[in-house]
Design a protein around this ligand. Structure first.
Ligand SMILES: *Cc1c(COP(=O)(O)O)cnc(C)c1O
Length: 498
């Protein structure tokens, strides 16, 4: 069935003018009111003073900053229902509430959308975002690799991180260090490494010299072989500055074999890359599909539903093959009042649904599954595929427009792909570029954003300022949005004094 998505105005983002921010700040309460303003006054205060832009859609810009994602109409409806219900989804109570069953269906339909077998991913849950999913992935990896090292050393009394702690478990395994081997990692991976006690400096970038995003497989083998060292391998799927993928074609299988050989855990950070799996098998998307080939070989995968699945914040995706390890790590022990017969099922077709509090970070949690369930129900595979196709086509059209203005702009990175046509086929949803003149190059993001019609974000590439478009909203209309982007780029180029 075709998706029925209303084609409203652009992906609206209300961009306050700097003086609006100042005015709003001056109107914020400085202290706790003792009597309270009352509901009516407080609501008016929010609408008129705190987020006044909500009343002025004509002042909004089309947003291409960071990688954010929009909200589909059905997901927005579902999210309001979630707030209205205020249901706490932490314990599986199948005779009292359907929430955990909805969560299970939402995660299994999500697996179908992504072309995974739900049965291969018994540990699946919604987190607050990909950062939290990376924390969960590294915590599972840490539990696994130390356990594996002890077993390989034939140690009789196994000592796990979850019970004995990192220090004792590593000592029992005669391990001196745990390393995280990756290429072009997202900043949240180092943060996750710090949270789980492995440390930011345990993240080792083993990129190829000629292709920064890809693994140097011989360096990977060399690191994995190190004595007294256990490893977690993390795939950047895709990298946030360029949208390029770390693996292609057969790479995942080769990396999987190395991980099996050396007892390593294989985690994928697919915050926004994951949705590339809904694309059809066609020449147009072959390069991108190749970048998400073989993800089913991973032990765990982090994703973001609040990015390209277009549900509201906060919704991250966590999939792993090891429910047993998840329960070892996340079990909320000895809380009799939270007990449930977790093996109880509502119908003979349901699997035994684990209580969310025993397989993830939080105990109390929002009913995050409902917007995901709703958007998958409303638009199905076809609708979500269509959203992705439109977003990628817009990104490629923007890239082509940049390439067509060589006097002013330069698409990045070009590397050895001097063939423009091939480079465009590698573009997923991100377009990294810079201006050619030095002055325009430093001011590019500011000049584009001060048009107040589109908003992009800045970054650096090889030590120099660069800019990026990230297309991440279901509202994309390729022709309409491209013409707006071209207008702004041309105006900025025309005003260049370089
Ligand atoms: C956005 C992103 C993250 C962090 O996701 P949050 O939802 O902000 O926690 C992690 N990895 C990659 C590759 C990302 O793009």
């Amino acid at each position: 069935m075709a998706a029925e998505l209303p084609q409203e105005t652009g992906n609206l983002f209300v961009l306050p003018r700097p003086d609006d921010v100042e005015t709003a700040r001056s109107k914020l309460l400085s202290n706790l009111p003792s009597a309270g303003l009352g509901t009516g006054t407080a609501n008016r205060h929010l609408r008129d003073d705190v987020v006044p832009g909500l009343n002025k859609p004509s002042q909004s810009s089309t947003f291409y900053g960071f990688v954010t994602g929009g909200v589909t109409p059905t997901a927005a409806f579902a999210d309001n229902v979630v707030t209205e219900m205020d249901q706490n989804v932490q314990v599986h109570l199948p005779k009292e509430t359907i929430c955990t069953v909805v969560e299970d269906r939402a995660t299994s339909m999500l697996c179908e959308l992504l072309d995974f077998h739900p049965a291969d991913w018994p540990h699946r849950t919604f987190t607050t975002g990909a950062t939290a999913s990376n924390v969960v992935g590294l915590a599972l990896g840490r539990q696994f690799v130390i356990h594996e090292a002890q077993q390989r050393a034939q140690i009789e009394h196994l000592s796990t991180v979850a019970d004995a702690g990192l220090f004792s478990a590593m000592k029992a395994a005669s391990l001196k260090s745990i390393q995280i081997l990756t290429t072009v990692p997202h900043s949240s991976l180092r943060k996750a490494a710090s949270i789980v006690g492995l440390g930011r400096s345990s993240v080792v970038d083993i990129s190829r010299k000629d292709k920064l995003h890809q693994f140097d497989l011989s360096a990977l083998a060399w690191h994995l072989k190190q004595d007294c060292t256990a490893s977690i391998v993390v795939i950047s799927c895709a990298e946030v500055n360029t949208g390029l993928f770390a693996t292609h074609g057969d790479d995942m299988r080769k990396i999987r074999e190395l991980c099996d050989q050396y007892g390593a855990w294989l985690h994928v950070d697919a915050a926004f890359g994951l949705l590339a799996r809904v694309l059809p098998e066609s020449e147009e998307f072959r390069e991108v599909k190749d970048g998400v080939a073989g993800l089913e070989l991973a032990d765990s995968i982090a994703g973001d539903a609040h990015k390209l699945l277009n549900v509201p914040y906060d919704c991250g995706i966590m999939l792993s093959k090891r429910l047993d390890l998840a329960i070892e790590v996340f079990q909320n022990p000895n809380a009799a009042y939270l007990n449930t017969a977790s093996s109880e099922t509502t119908a003979s077709t349901d699997r035994a649904i684990p209580s969310p509090l025993n397989i993830g970070i939080e105990n109390s949690r929002r009913f995050r599954a409902l917007p995901v369930y709703a958007t998958l129900a409303a638009y199905g595979r076809q609708g979500h595929r269509d959203m992705m196709e439109r977003q990628i086509r817009l990104a490629r059209a923007i890239a082509a427009a940049i390439v067509a203005r060589p006097k002013y702009f330069e698409l990045l990175p070009m590397g050895e792909d001097s063939e423009i046509c091939r480079r465009l086929q590698n573009i997923y949803i991100i377009v990294l570029f810079r201006a050619k003149g030095d002055k325009l190059s430093t001011e590019l993001v500011k000049r584009i954003n001060s048009s107040r019609r589109i908003y992009i974000s800045g970054t650096t590439w090889q030590g120099k300022p660069a800019a990026r478009f990230a297309v991440a909203s279901w509202r994309v209309d390729v022709e309409r949005d491209l013409s707006l982007v071209i207008q702004v780029l041309d105006e900025v180029a025309a005003s260049s004094t370089d």
